[in-house]
Design a protein around this ligand. Structure first.
Ligand SMILES: [Zn+2]
Length: 239
């Protein structure tokens, strides 16, 4: 028959082991609140155009892998309330399948998002980009996407109210692509790429302010294509 002293030793051993069993479970269920990673004046100043591209590529890789960063959105709202220091500005299409923050897996305060059908450029987009650079942004991305309705509309020469003028901005890209079949996916993608490069040229040509930063290498300007079928962003080579 167990003695009282023996039973006491068993009870003590069980009590000592319990924290080792319980704590890991508790830690999994109630993680300590993470410090919100937000862009700061310092992180923005330390950013370079090359690092900014790498960061966006890494973010898109997480998005494609369906493994986005876990974010405490409320904490990010609080942490960015007093200011913003975005490291990149993305000019993308309004297409509901190509939300720039999501496809690059970025959080609140990380990037400026400028979206307009066909990622075309007029004075308003250029002015917005000038502001972005003025406040420290190091990279401008023009992001086109496969299956772009605006590009298809431009190929088909759609006429519709104010949209007619917007699509006219894409017509030179249709000419440059040398094809005009909106039902041909390869043709549409070709025009999309030409249109991205055209927007990049417009940004530089329309803004001596931005051109100076680009020429000095302080700010980068890159084009990219988002594939609505795979979620992957491919950065264009500079040709
Ligand atoms: Zn589009």
């Amino acid at each position: 028959m167990p003695t009282f002293a023996w039973m006491k030793r068993v009870i003590v051993a069980v009590v000592l082991c319990l924290p080792g069993v319980i704590l890991p479970v508790a830690a999994r269920e109630s993680p300590a609140p993470a410090t919100p990673e937000v862009q700061t004046r310092e992180s923005q100043a330390a950013m370079t155009p090359t690092k900014a591209v790498e960061r966006l590529k890494a973010g898109n890789a997480r998005f494609v892998a369906n493994a986005p960063k876990k974010r405490d959105w409320s904490a990010k709202v609080v942490a960015t309330a007093s200011g913003q220091f975005p490291f990149a500005a993305v000019l993308g299409c309004m297409d509901s399948r190509a939300p720039v923050e999501i496809v690059f897996d970025q959080g609140i305060g990380d990037i400026f998002g400028i979206r307009v059908a066909g990622n075309v450029v007029n004075d308003d987009e250029v002015g917005s980009l000038e502001y972005a650079v003025k406040v420290g942004t190091k990279l401008i991305v023009v992001l086109g996407h496969t299956g772009c309705g605006a590009v298809k509309g431009a190929i088909d020469n759609v006429q519709l109210g104010n949209l007619t003028g917007l699509l006219a901005k894409i017509h030179p890209a249709v000419e440059a692509a040398g094809c005009n079949d909106a039902k041909d996916e390869a043709c549409v993608t070709k025009v999309v790429e030409k249109n991205v490069r055209q927007s990049m040229k417009e940004i530089r040509d329309r803004s001596p302010y931005l051109a100076k930063y680009l020429d000095e290498g302080k700010v980068g300007l890159v084009g990219a294509l988002y594939d609505v079928a795979t979620g992957k962003v491919t950065f264009l080579t500079t040709t």
